[in-house]
Design a protein around this ligand. Structure first.
Ligand SMILES: CCCCCCCCCCCCCCCCC(=O)SCCNC(=O)CCNC(=O)[C@H](O)C(C)(C)COP(=O)(O)OP(=O)(O)OC[C@H]1O[C@@H](n2cnc3c(N)ncnc32)[C@H](O)[C@@H]1OP(=O)(O)O
Ligand SMILES: Nc1ncnc2c1ncn2[C@@H]1O[C@H](COP(=O)(O)OP(=O)(O)OP(=O)(O)O)[C@@H](O)[C@H]1O
Ligand SMILES: O=C(O)CCC(=O)C(=O)O
Ligand SMILES: [Fe+2]
Ligand SMILES: [Mg+2]
Length: 334
C-alpha cells in the first residue's frame, strides 16, 4: 500500500496543478511480468522494428544508436521550453532544477547558464512531448513491450567546466536509482540536442556491461567536488576500454539500465544539451531496496522529497509511482 505521506503528497500535487489523478501504488510480483520473447534473445522483444543486426547489437553491447531520429524543429522547441523555464517565465510543480556544484558555490550566475540539469519535467507539455514522440516509442516498445511508462525525464545542460572537473558525470548504472524491475524491461532514450563529441563531454559507455549485475555505487573521491546524487560505480577501473558516443543533433541512443556509462568534462565554452527519458514496461513491479546497495540513493531521494514537499516517510517506491506517466497502452502495475 502507498503510505499516508504519499497520499498527502498526492493531495498537494493535485492542488498544485490538478493533473495527478492516476497515482497508484502497486507491488505486484515478478510472475505478473510476461516473458514471451524467444529464448535466444534476452534483452529485446520480437518486433519488426529492429533489424536483426540492431537486435544483436543491443543484445551484445547494451545500446543502439539511431541517427537523425528527432527533427531539428522539435529540438528547437525543446530548447525554447528550456529557456522559458530558466528565465522563470513558467513555474512547474515537481520540477527539480540542479546547478553544477562548483558554479553554485562560486559566482552568481543566473538563467540558463546556472542550470545544469532539469529533472521531472513530466508536467511541462513543451518538454514532455519528447517522451511521447512516436518515432521514439516505436523503438522503446522493442524493449518494454506495449504498456509504456515514462518514469524519469531529464534535460541535461552540461556547463563548460570551471576547472574543478565537476562537469564530469561518473561512471554509473542508472538502475542504481530505480525502485522497479525487471531491468530488461527498462530503457533510456537519450537524444543529442546539438553535436556532442569528446570535447564537450559526450556519453562514454562500457559495451557489454549490461550483462553484469548491479554494482555498488557511491560518491567518487574527486578533488574538485562532485554533484549531489552523482554516484559512481565503486572501484571503477579507469583503464577499462570504453566507447565515446559522438552524436549529431537529433541522434538518439537507447540503452539498458545496467550499461555502465558516464560523461567526460565539457572543455568547450558552450553548454552541451541533451534530452532524455527512462521508460519502463507498465507491467514492471516495485521493489523494496532496504538492505541492498541502493539504500544510499534511496535515503538521498527520500530526503530530497521531504525538503521539497515537507512530506515525511514517503517511500522510495512512492517517489517513482508519483512521477511515472503512462505514454502508451495500459497502466497495469507501476
Ligand atoms: C516526488 C519526489 C521527488 C524526488 C526527486 C528525485 C530526483 C532525482 C533522483 C533520480 C535520478 C534517476 C536517474 C539517473 C540519473 C543520474 C542523475 O542525474 S542523479 C541526480 C542528479 N542530482 C540531482 O538532481 C540532485 C537534485 N538536486 C538537488 O538536490 C538540489 O539541486 C541541490 C543540490 C540540493 C541544490 O539545490 P538548492 O538548495 O536549490 O541550491 P542552492 O540554494 O543554490 O544551494 C544550496 C546548497 O547546496 C549546494 N549545492 C548546490 N548545487 C549542488 C550540487 N549540484 N551538488 C552538491 N551541492 C550543491 C550549494 O553549494 C549550497 O551549499 P552551502 O554549503 O549551503 O553553500
Ligand atoms: N574514478 C572514477 N569513477 C567513476 N567514473 C570515472 C572516474 N574517472 C573518470 N570517470 C568517468 O569516466 C568517463 C570518462 O572520463 P574522462 O574525464 O576521462 O573523459 P574523456 O571523455 O575520456 O576525456 P579525455 O578525452 O580527457 O580522456 C566519464 O564519465 C568520467 O566521469
Ligand atoms: O551526461 C549526460 O548527459 C548523461 C548523464 C547520465 O548518465 C545521467 O544523468 O544518468
Ligand atoms: Fe545515467
Ligand atoms: Mg579522460
Amino acid at each position: 500500500m502507498m503510505s499516508r505521506a504519499a497520499d498527502r503528497l498526492k493531495v498537494v500535487l493535485n492542488h498544485l496543478d490538478g493533473s495527478h489523478g492516476n497515482v497508484r501504488a502497486s507491488f505486484t510480483s515478478a510472475q505478473s511480468v510476461s516473458h514471451h520473447h524467444p529464448q535466444s534473445f534476452r534483452y529485446t522483444l520480437d518486433t519488426d522494428i529492429l533489424t536483426p543486426e540492431q537486435r544483436l547489437s543491443y543484445e551484445e553491447n547494451g545500446f543502439i544508436l539511431i541517427r537523425n531520429l528527432v527533427s531539428a524543429e522539435d529540438i528547437e522547441k525543446f530548447r525554447k521550453a528550456f529557456e522559458q523555464i530558466c528565465k522563470r517565465e513558467v513555474k512547474v510543480p515537481g520540477l527539480v532544477v540542479m546547478k553544477d556544484v562548483s558554479i553554485a558555490k562560486s559566482e552568481f550566475v543566473e538563467g540558463e547558464k546556472a542550470v545544469t540539469k532539469l529533472q521531472d519535467f513530466q508536467e511541462v507539455p513543451g518538454l514532455f512531448r519528447y517522451c511521447t514522440l512516436p518515432q521514439i516509442l516505436k523503438y522503446v516498445e522493442c524493449f518494454t513491450g506495449p504498456n509504456i511508462m515514462a518514469m524519469h525525464t531529464m534535460l541535461i545542460n552540461k556547463p563548460p567546466d570551471t576547472g574543478k572537473r565537476t562537469s564530469r558525470h561518473p561512471m554509473h548504472q542508472d538502475l542504481h536509482y530505480f525502485a522497479f524491475r525487471p531491468a530488461d524491461h527498462i530503457v533510456c532514450a537519450w537524444t543529442a540536442m546539438e553535436k556532442v563529441h569528446r570535447q564537450n563531454g559526450c556519453l562514454v559507455v562500457l559495451p557489454g556491461s549490461h550483462k553484469g549485475s548491479l554494482q555498488e555505487h557511491d560518491y567518487p573521491e574527486w578533488e574538485g567536488g562532485i554533484n549531489k546524487m552523482y554516484h559512481g560505480v565503486r572501484n571503477y577501473d579507469p583503464n577499462h576500454s570504453r566507447v565515446h558516443l559522438e552524436m549529431e543533433k537529433g541522434d538518439t541512443v537507447f540503452f539498458h539500465p545496467l550499461l555502465i556509462h558516464g560523461s567526460g568534462m565539457n572543455q568547450t565554452e558552450g553548454f552541451r544539451k541533451a534530452i532524455s527519458c527512462h521508460y519502463a514496461s507498465a507491467d514492471c513491479y516495485y521493489i523494496d531496496v532496504k538492505g541492498t546497495t541502493q539504500e544510499n540513493i534511496s535515503d538521498e531521494v527520500k530526503d530530497l522529497a521531504f525538503r521539497k514537499y515537507g512530506v515525511d516517510s514517503l517511500s522510495f517506491q512512492d517517489t517513482w509511482a508519483l512521477r511515472g506517466r503512462l505514454v502508451r497502452g495500459e497502466r497495469t502495475s507501476l
